[in-house]
Write a protein that binds this ligand. Structure first.
Ligand code: C2E
Ligand code: MG
Ligand code: MG
Length: 410
């Protein structure tokens, strides 16, 4: 993607210091950036992001502000589905800047970098040269995203418009395909393929998550059985929701479904996020223990974004831990991400769990994680999610690719 033309780049400056706002506005003008809005409070900046018609590509954020501080501002920014980049500005030491930058990564916002006050013109110019326009799935809601009603989603579920795509997981030592993660999409008749971040929130609000799990799990089980019968040992991972985890009869439903389809529960992994597990721990523990007894594999997803401690994880019957992609991509060039990957791996291995690195986007990510001893890799570098019908061909191409470039798995 090309860097954006300065004249059309929308920028918001957020700082409680009027002198700083003036100074940054002037420095940016010298670089050709003229669409700059200065805000002296988090509230004003959020209004600018949410309510103006113009797309905001970049926010300069002072993390120490009276009232709404930088951390709270980031949380509110995520709620408005901001899809642009953030540059942190602070007089604080670089440790604090790094941890806030990590928080931005965990929320999947784009952190372009940090600037120490007083800001140096050459550092600002260097960061600005890496700016990309606001695109991404978090594009501002008013720009292009149409929202759907509960009725429409209900009709889509009943009409069979939810489809499963599958993303391969591969053994990082041998390159062997060890399974696939099932990711739901809505095949909308007019709007095309719609990604889960656009309808799962609505599903939750409308109490439709368990219905979605049933549809997705049923299809995934049928698919795992079909691959098995075709001679491929390809376990399938399905994401389950909080609503499933707090339903004490979910394990019974899952077992009955597997029996009616004729698939071994061992071919299914159920993925749940760290945040889900820590809510209502006692019910979740009951459900998870029973799922594990019934031989479903359990995986903890998006690890690193929640608040679980080692002790809490030790008591839960997980077979696998997935390090969140916010910590994986770019870990080789970022001390904090590297430390998180390393610590997660060590901890999971001590607890006899397999580790999956998600969000492996390039060769650097692959090499780095494979050197750290990560068991399984998943990400665009290996493959994007695809319809089940394309998986057979992909496996052939992947086999050839790992053979030709032995380096990949050296
Ligand atoms: P997740 O379970 O963590 O799934 C991984 C997400 O990361 C997927 O997004 C996948 O397409 C994306 N991804 C994979 N590799 C890369 C990469 O290299 N770089 C980047 N930037 N992204 C990558 P997707 O399909 O949009 O799903 C988003 C989330 O929606 C999932 O996160 C999961 O929490 C949820 N989800 C998906 N399908 C289901 C479902 O059937 N049921 C429930 N309850 N949740 C689901
Ligand atoms: Mg997942
Ligand atoms: Mg994940």
């Amino acid at each position: 993607m090309k860097a954006k033309d300065p004249g059309t780049t929308g920028i918001v400056l957020l700082d409680d210091d009027p002198f700083m706002l003036k100074l940054l506005t002037q420095m940016l003008a010298q670089l050709g950036y003229t669409r700059v809005t200065a805000c002296d409070s988090g509230q004003k900046a959020l209004t600018q992001v949410r309510e103006t018609r113009e797309v905001v590509d970049l926010i300069f954020l002072d993390i120490n502000m009276p009232g709404m501080d930088g951390v709270e501002f980031i949380r509110r920014l995520v709620e408005c589905q901001y899809g642009g980049s953030v540059i942190l500005v602070s007089g604080e030491n670089s440790r604090i800047l790094e941890s806030v930058e990590k928080l931005i990564g965990a929320h999947r916002l784009i952190a372009l970098g940090c600037l120490q006050k007083p800001v140096k013109p050459d550092e600002l110019a260097r960061l600005m040269s890496t700016l990309k326009p606001n695109i991404g799935p978090r594009r501002l809601a008013h720009v292009s995203q149409q929202s759907y009603s509960g009725e429409q989603l209900r009709a889509a579920i009943a009409g069979g418009q939810l489809v499963n795509h599958y993303q391969p997981k591969v053994d990082m030592a041998t390159g062997a395909v060890v399974g696939l993660e099932c990711l739901v999409r809505w095949q909308h008749p007019e709007d095309g393929l719609i990604f889960p971040d656009r309808f799962l929130g609505l599903a939750e609000e409308q109490g439709l998550l368990t219905q979605i799990t049933t549809v997705v799990l049923t299809e995934a089980m049928k698919q795992a059985k079909a691959w098995w019968e075709a001679g491929h040992h390809l376990p399938v991972a399905v994401n389950i929701s909080m609503d499933d985890l707090i339903a004490l009869d979910f394990p019974d439903l899952a077992v009955a479904l597997a029996a009616s389809i004729g698939v071994n529960p061992q071919l299914l992994t159920l993925e749940l996020t760290e945040g889900q597990v820590m809510r209502q721990l006692s019910t979740v523990l009951d459900v998870l223990s029973r799922l594990s007894l019934k031989r479903f594999r359990l995986s903890i997803d998006d690890f690193g974004t929640g608040h679980s401690s080692l002790a809490q994880l030790r008591d839960l019957p997980f077979d696998e831990l997935k390090v969140d992609r916010g910590f994986v991509h770019g870990a080789c060039a970022d001390g904090t991400r590297e430390a998180i990957c390393r610590a997660s791996l060590q901890m999971a291995h001590q607890l006899q769990m397999k580790v999956v690195g998600e969000g492996i986007e390039d060769r650097d990510d692959w090499n780095f994680l494979s050197q750290l001893g990560c068991d399984v890799g998943q990400g665009y570098f290996i493959s994007r999610p695809m319809p089940a019908a394309e998986v057979g061909d992909w496996i052939g191409t992947w086999g050839a690719r790992t053979c030709v470039t032995r380096l990949l798995i050296a």
